[in-house]
Every structure is written in structure tokens, then in C-alpha cells.
Design a protein around this ligand. Structure first.
Ligand code: NDP
Length: 310
């Protein structure tokens, strides 16, 4: 069995070692631009370069080393439809997301962002607590990661809301779905957490019209993809005070350009796309298991529906 591996960072050695450990029957070939590669059975990629399309079109299945597949689906038309695209499910990312989002929600609820500013100015000033009943947390996307985040938030007693494409039920969470459910969902979410896949339906979802539906003084936490947010709209709504503050892990252009106005806005907290990192060992273990099943003709979970876009 041969696996074609592409790593944009060029750090392939640790991946080769982990594949040797968890899938010793496989030979791993590294994809290099301009070099002809031998026929491979499976590909393991995240955001492959355009020049890799022809080689990807030859494999039996493509495994993505991330939960989101938007960077690969850009080439969807060049990939024959019979080739399954299989994403990572959790693989250690859900706990990281739960940590990141819980921290961010508590930081805003307990007003630590404001205390940080006050402390830098040498100001000792206790602020009134936010009433918890006014601090509903709404999670866009109730998939593998969104559900784990809602579970992590449950013990703190915030009113919890979730929005998905299809109808869901989750204990302790007020569930909304579809385009019809979005308006009511947004109007009641004081903290909006974006955990959606990036698809044609969700691109630019957080635009002025939708963000204006949030209550005055809301908070945004975006840990999904930069293209979910209309960046100038967010900036304008923060300046007007409609959105009190935002924590952003993802951006339309990454790394965030040095001249980007977000850097100058103190109410925006920026992290460099680290909310849930791909953990190599967990990822290779999961991919190895799915490759073995695929090779035996068994069905595996995490197969992307190309029409839906996730
Ligand atoms: P899942 O596929 O498990 O869940 C996606 C959820 O979004 C589902 O609940 C789905 O609804 C919902 N959804 C999709 N399209 C729509 C729509 N049009 N309207 C309403 N709801 C919709 O994905 P994961 O939870 O594993 O991952 C979510 C995203 O998180 C990834 O796609 C990626 O973009 C991002 N991510 C970011 C990382 C980072 O470091 N910043 C790391 C890992 C992931 P339904 O349940 O009805 O299908």
C-alpha cells in the first residue's frame, strides 16, 4: 500500500515515523512539485497546491488532516466524484476547542478583558457583574466540535443555544436549525461562537445584517474560518459598540497582514489559528484505522458530502 503525503510546512519526517508506527504496511511517498510520483493508493493532505490535483485524481481516497475541508474542496471539480474525501473527526481537536471557547466566554462574562485594560492604566475599579440570564451563549454549528463546546459550557449555567442545518436536540440546549431558525437564534445570543464549516451557504454569514440581530453589547468568538465574517462589518459594529468585543482565531488572509485594522482595535483579541491544532499522533492513528477499513471495503465515518460542502 502506498500513501502520498503533502505537508505545506515541509515537516514530513515526524509524519513518516508515525505512519511507520501505526500503519507499518504502508510506504509513504512525499509529494514534491515538479517531480513525478509513483502511483499511490491514498493521499494525506490538508491544503494541497493546485499542482497536486492530477496526482490526487489518481488515488482511491483522500484523507484530510483537519476537520474542515474547504481548502481541498476548492479543487473539487478536478477530483473525480468517486474518490471519497475523508476528514478528521475530533482527533484531539474537540477538547482544544472546548478549552479555547470556555476560556473566552468566561473572560467576557467575568469582564477580565476590561480588567486587563484597567490594570494597564493602574485603575482599581470593580465593575458590576453581568447577569448570567443575559449571557446566553449561541453556538453556530452543532457538529463534532460545536457539541463538545456546548458540553463544556453546560456546568457554568449560561443559557445555551445551538444552530445547525438539520433539526437537533441536546439536553440543556435550545436548538434552532436552518435559515428560518437563524433570526431567532441570533436575537437571543449574547455571545456568538462560530463553529461552522466554510461552505457556499456559510460564507460571509456573519455580515452586518446578521450581526445587527445580536443583542446590543454582544460578543463574537470565531474559531471556524475567516471567510465566515465580513471583516469591515465587524470592525464597524465594534466601533459603534453594538458588538462589545471579539476573539478571532481565523482570518480571510492568514497570517493576518501587519497593516490589517484588527491589530489596532483593542477590543479584538487575535490568536494565530491555534484554537484546535491538528495533533499528529492522534490524526495518524485515526487515518491509519480508516485506511485499513477502506482497504477492506468497509464504510468509514467522516466522509465529506461534496454537495453540502462539509
Ligand atoms: P461537523 O461537520 O461535525 O459539524 C458542522 C456543523 O455545522 C453541523 O452541526 C452542521 O449541521 C452545521 N452546518 C453546516 N452547514 C450549515 C448551514 N448551512 N446552516 C446551519 N448549520 C450548518 O464539523 P466539526 O464540528 O468537526 O468542525 C467544524 C468546523 O470547525 C470545521 O469545518 C472547520 O472550519 C473549523 N475548525 C477550525 C479549527 C481551528 O483551529 N480554527 C480547527 C478545526 C476545525 P448538521 O449537523 O445539520 O449537518
Amino acid at each position: 500500500m502506498r500513501i502520498l503525503l503533502h505537508r505545506a510546512d515541509g515537516k514530513t519526517e515526524p509524519w513518516i515515523k508515525d505512519f511507520a508506527k501505526y500503519l507499518p504496511e504502508a510506504e509513504v511517498e512525499i509529494w514534491h512539485a515538479g517531480e513525478k510520483c509513483q502511483a499511490c493508493d491514498y493521499a494525506v493532505v490538508w491544503a494541497p497546491p493546485e499542482a497536486m490535483q492530477a496526482d490526487l485524481a489518481q488515488v482511491k481516497a483522500i484523507f484530510v488532516t483537519g476537520a474542515g475541508v474547504d481548502a481541498l474542496l476548492k479543487f473539487s471539480d478536478a477530483l473525480p466524484p468517486h474518490i471519497p474525501i475523508i476528514r478528521l473527526e475530533d482527533a484531539g481537536m474537540a477538547l482544544q476547542m472546548a478549552e479555547y471557547v470556555t476560556y473566552s466566554v468566561l473572560r467576557y462574562f467575568r469582564r477580565f478583558d476590561e480588567y486587563e485594560t484597567q490594570a494597564r492604566a493602574g485603575q482599581w475599579l470593580p465593575l458590576p457583574q453581568h447577569p448570567k440570564e443575559d449571557f446566553a451563549v449561541g453556538v453556530l454549528g452543532m457538529g463534532v466540535l460545536g457539541t463538545r463546546v456546548l458540553e463544556a459550557l453546560a456546568p457554568f449555567g449560561f443559557p445555551l443555544r445551538g444552530w445547525s442545518r438539520t433539526e437537533k436536540s441536546m439536553q440543556g440546549v435550545q436548538c434552532f436549525h436552518g435559515a428560518d431558525g437563524l433570526d431567532t437564534f441570533l436575537r437571543g445570543s449574547r455571545v456568538l461562537v462560530c463553529m461552522l464549516p466554510l461552505t457556499p451557504d456559510t460564507n460571509n454569514l456573519l455580515n452586518r445584517t446578521n450581526m445587527c440581530k445580536l443583542p446590543q453589547g454582544s460578543y463574537l468568538i470565531n474559531v471556524a474560518r475567516g471567510a465566515h465574517v465580513a471583516e469591515p462589518d465587524l470592525l464597524a459594529l465594534i466601533k459603534s459598540g453594538h458588538i462589545a468585543a471579539a476573539t478571532l482565531d481565523v482570518f480571510r488572509n492568514e497570517p493576518l497582514p501587519t497593516q490589517h485594522p484588527f491589530w489596532q482595535e483593542p477590543r479584538i483579541t487575535i490568536t494565530p489559528h491555534i484554537s484546535a491544532l491538528t495533533l499528529r499522533r492522534e490524526s495518524v492513528q485515526q487515518i491509519a484505522e480508516k485506511i485499513r477499513k477502506t482497504a477492506k471495503g468497509e464504510t468509514v465515518a467522516g466522509v465529506v458530502d461534496r454537495n453540502r460542502g462539509y
